[in-house]
Design a protein around this ligand. Structure first.
Ligand SMILES: [Zn+2]
Length: 426
């Protein structure tokens, strides 16, 4: 899709994309990186800016009942069934410019490229720029896509903004969303009109950088089982005075448990199953802990993720089994808080195959990988809409000012989607 590509020669996608990112970054700066809060004026301004660009390209622009901007070729504006391409424009506080926005700009580039080349897609295409995906502002994630599909629950609607303390419901009402429908869990759009959903997103891990590949097709979005706090309780003692056989050391018990889980993780991977496991927070009691004291307790978090619901269930059973065994052997007890659970979302198999075929058509080596982070695509997929994703290489992870996606890589990812929409879909 750069100057050298065979279609749309008058359209320089790299220059256009760079300009769009720069202009939007310029009006969403923060002390570090950028901030585009969910349902904020900056978010609305971003949609308006994209609207102006799209109109300048002769594209149609509409706002849906969730106040998201929807773009299309003029001929597709009233299509009753369409392929939806998009992502979100909000960001976390002090975030990077690419998480979310890259997917919206990729969609717009597909439309602009088709417009310049005077070609139609195989089926009508609409591009959506959604609001409010990030959980950083209110707590719940995927707010716009859940609202569109009637999936926002009452607890989520009553969650409050981290800045002004007002409810999500009132923020949504402020920008003109009919909240009666949302509270009644009635979809704001007809889900049957969406034939499929495709989202391009920056990769939030290091795989594509390490593999030296610009883009990949996503096989599925990992679900998770989470415990914010597991407490292991043992017995305090003097670090010099208590012999090993008499100790009930909760830190060693936790380490033992995590080592057992780590060993099983390896076995699970060797069987070809998908799993990642993290204990990101570990803490002994700050008031009482000391260099010379066997602690009486340790708290730690556990985040288990997999593309497979079955693998998650297996790991849950394994966790309980190992906990009982460590308790017996080390004289400690584990207390688990309430489990938080999100189901995995598989990408549609045919779409994954089609996008992989597109990768080959645009002379990229087909490659699929799971998504570790959650995305709006999971909401569409779990609502029964065939969904798929394309990842673009990005350094330094996401949700921080150092996100580093290169524009040529975005174009490589966009090429895959453009080829899919024009040549692969029937
Ligand atoms: Zn995102």
């Amino acid at each position: 899709m750069s100057r050298s590509s065979h279609l749309g020669q008058s359209f320089d996608a790299e220059t256009v994309a760079a300009q769009l990112f720069d202009d939007i970054a310029a009006f969403s700066p923060d002390t570090a990186g950028i901030s585009r809060p969910a349902f904020s004026k900056t978010e609305t301004k971003t949609l308006k800016y994209l609207e102006d660009y799209a109109r300048g390209q002769g594209l149609s622009v509409q706002y849906d009942a969730g106040q998201n901007a929807v773009f299309s070729l003029p001929d597709d504006a009233d299509a009753s069934k369409y392929m939806l391409v998009g992502s979100h424009v909000d960001s976390v506080p002090n975030g990077g410019n690419f998480d979310g926005l890259a997917g919206v700009i990729a969609g717009l580039l597909c439309l602009a490229r088709a417009r310049h080349a005077g070609i139609r897609f195989a089926k009508p295409v609409k591009v959506i720029a959604m609001r409010a995906e990030e959980s950083a502002w209110f707590g719940p994630c995927y707010i716009a896509s859940k609202a569109l599909l009637g999936k926002l629950d009452e607890d989520e609607l009553q969650s409050v903004h981290k800045g002004d303390g007002r409810s999500l419901s009132s923020h949504m009402s402020d920008i003109g969303i009919n909240m009666n429908q949302v509270h009644q869990h009635r979809p704001l759009i007809d889900p049957d009109s969406i034939e499929s959903y495709i989202e391009l997103h920056i990769e939030q891990g290091p795989l594509l950088v390490e593999k030296d590949m610009p883009a990949a097709v996503v096989s599925g979005i990992r679900g998770n089982i989470r415990h914010k706090r597991i407490r292991c309780v043992g017995e305090a003692g003097h670090s010099g005075a208590v012999p090993r056989a008499y100790r009930k050391d909760p830190v060693l018990a936790m380490a033992d448990l995590l080592t057992r889980l780590d060993e099983s993780w390896l076995t699970i991977l060797q069987k070809g199953e998908d799993l990642v496991l993290t204990a990101g927070m570990v803490e002994t009691d700050r008031e009482r802990h000391a260099l010379t004291r066997i602690p009486d307790l340790v708290d730690f978090s556990l985040d288990l993720r997999s593309q497979s619901a079955e693998a998650l269930n297996d790991v849950r059973s394994l966790l309980m089994q190992e906990i009982r065994s460590v308790e017996r052997e080390r004289g400690v007890t584990f207390q688990l808080d309430k489990e938080l659970h999100t189901a995995p979302a598989l990408c549609n198999k045919q779409m994954v195959e089609g996008l992989s075929a597109s990768m080959a058509h645009v002379r990229q080596e087909p490659f699929t990988m799971p998504s570790g982070g959650g995305h709006d695509a999971a909401v569409f997929a779990n609502a029964g809409i065939p969904s798929a994703m394309v990842f673009v290489r990005n350094r330094n992870g996401s949700h921080n000012p150092d996100e580093a996606m290169e524009i040529p890589d975005l174009i490589a990812g966009t090429d895959i989607i453009f080829n899919y929409l024009t040549e692969v879909v029937q």
